[in-house]
Ligand binder design. Sequence first.
Ligand SMILES: *Cc1c(COP(=O)(O)O)cnc(C)c1O
Length: 443
Amino acid sequence: MKLYSTKNKDNVADLKEAVMKGLPDDNGLYMPFSIPELPQSFIDNLADYSFQEIGITVCKALFGDYIPSADIEQIVNNAIEFSAPVVRLDDQKYILELFHGPSLAFKDFGARFMAQLMGYFNKEESDKLVILVATSGDTGGAVAAGFYQTLGIEVVILYPSGKVSLLQEKQLTTLGHNITALEVDGTFDDCQTLVKKAFLDSELNKSIRLSSANSINIARLIPQSFYYFEAYKQLSKEGNPIVFCVPSGNFGNLTAGLLAQKMGLPIHHFIAATNKNDVVPAYLDSGLYEPRPSERTLSNAMDVGNPSNFARMVDLYRAFGEANSAVLSAWPGMKTAISGFAYDDLETESAVVEVMNKYNYTIDPHGAIGYLALEKYQKENPDTRGIILETAHPSKFLDDMVRILGHDIEVPDRLAVLKDREKVAHSTPNSYDEFRSWLLSNY
Ligand SMILES: *Cc1c(COP(=O)(O)O)cnc(C)c1O
């Protein structure tokens, strides 16, 4: 499996380099040269495959030339440890629940798979690999759980003191073993700056093997394509064409869906649902891509003003060799494949209430935006079956959910037990010198 940078097709890497580096030096994003189509017999007989077998089939098609089959099987079997059930609302609308992992959000799939793949590549090295992550809350929890007890890998998570929720903090600070939390007296941006400085510090990199668990790592995208197949499999073969509605921020989930479609899954259409950070729906309307600073909303995991995976989406639809810019040349293809809709917080809250009243289903604010977008699409396209990706468990947003619904909601045990676990974090000032010497004395 060879990959290239979206900034320059001559900038090539193999899978190991792409996974361990995360980003090419030219700041593009890695994309596979070939996205193979899976055999029709596999698509026709999805029901005969378990979720893990689906993942193994996808991986073998992508990088079976690079990693032996038995190793691929082990990587996928260890990574895909929780289910992705489809729940029916009515004959038109379905929910794909992606929150059955340890941090209760879909990011568990990507983090877990990346940990397995990095652990696999790292087996050949004698030194420990130290992963540095700055988090404003959610990513850190998924990475911590994903890398927990991965052999040969240490994880250091930097988070801003007092600026993450109690439960988010517990997800970072209660695991122990190879997961260490650094509580930084500063903001999320300060944490990110410390991490960036460490990566650029060539002296430090001679002493410690550093890597990142970046959200745009190709290893996070690949497993997110598995659950499109898994969802498709759970719907009856007979019936209206299937569309996927994806609540989106950095558009990793939606891009993974496009990969699944390219691999032969007959997805009829995609719906991109956003909060008022709507640069992609606006682009689908106008052909103009105008990133801007993000604004805070109720569905805060989607507060993104310049989605990182947009470069990959453009890459999938652009016409090469055209005089027009890549972004403009991608527009006709992308707007045919994807419809985009955006909603504000008030509309989101009403949708949470509507889904409860109409279907007795507790949907979180991110999924609620997906619900609204699917409703809108199906007004014009009623003869479709829509699957909404429910990206997180509603109890992750407990205060807002209780306020909106006016009653308590169920909190899964794996979240509830965190409250009573003891927090262990190393407090540090916002100082690169201190961070650097702490790293050197601990790793
Ligand atoms: C990360 C996240 C999103 C956004 O996903 P992208 O792949 O970045 O578009 C949506 N919902 C929740 C709950 C998330 O944590």
